[in-house]
Design a protein around this ligand. Structure first.
Ligand SMILES: [Zn+2]
Length: 250
């Protein structure tokens, strides 16, 4: 009897991916969280990867951009059958600060985009961030990390409103930020808001409007306010708690 379509092996998935996380599993395997342009975040298992003679070598470390062949298995995890390095981002691994910034970027993507819904712009943004951190260690400054998150909020559809008061539409006297209201608010609507300096406001607008590499400079005070606006927006609208970019104040 001829095999029906449902009996056939599903076609393997051939995709570019960025390795977000790579966790040891069992004796020799690794479980990977990967972010792909067409399938969003995927979980996959790479078998035998930790054996000395593994055909995968070091190609499944976090922050690698790869071209992978993935097969559907019985469970939720795909199986990695082949992988080629597109970009190893080796320079990024040489410094603790860039390594840490890359880890936080991957963590934010994994938290805000955990479904297999495609967001090719998120893949492009993460690829851009990792390439920047690899090419230029000064890009691990907090302004870059916050600009990256703002662009993620935009892709997630929860970017704060910055053009006018999010509560009443007033275009002037925008002095505070309210995640619950959805963005910047005017002096009449600031009851549930926290004060936002002009400089922090200009940072948010500038960081959203410019390329990631040109995130505006701002004082630590302004960056702390911007970070609070971003963190409260992610918490209020996506129920996601992001790891802080700026170290806690001593
Ligand atoms: Zn208002």
């Amino acid at each position: 009897m001829a095999a029906t379509v449902t009996d056939a092996m599903p076609a393997p998935l051939k995709t570019e991916a960025i390795v977000l996380r790579s966790m040891r599993y069992g004796e020799a395997d690794r479980i990977l969280h990967m972010y792909t342009p067409g399938y969003g975040r995927l979980g996959a298992i790479a078998k035998g990867v930790r054996r000395a003679r593994s055909r995968f070598g070091a190609r499944l470390e976090p922050f690698l951009r790869v071209r992978a062949l993935l097969h559907e298995g019985r469970g939720e995890l795909l199986t990695v059958t082949s992988v080629d390095t597109v970009l190893a981002h080796a320079a990024l691994r040489e410094r603790a600060a860039t390594l840490d910034a890359a880890a936080r970027a991957c963590d934010a993507v994994g938290r805000l985009f955990e479904s297999p819904e495609p967001h090719p712009e998120v893949f492009a943004l993460l690829a851009n961030e990792l390439a920047l951190l690899n090419a230029d260690a000064t890009q691990c400054r907090p302004a870059n990390g916050l600009a990256f998150r703002l662009k993620l909020l935009l892709a997630a559809g929860i970017v704060p409103q910055l053009a006018a008061c999010a509560a009443c539409g007033e275009p002037e006297h925008l002095r505070a930020f309210s995640a619950a209201a959805g963005g910047i608010v005017c002096s009449a609507c600031e009851a549930a808001a926290f004060p936002l300096d002009e400089e922090a406001y200009r940072f948010l607008v500038g960081a959203l409007g410019r390329p990631l590499a040109d995130a505006p400079q701002a004082s630590e005070r302004a960056l702390r306010q911007a970070e609070r606006a971003i963190a409260e927006t992610a918490e209020h609208h996506a129920h996601v708690r992001l790891r802080p970019v700026l170290a806690a104040r001593r």
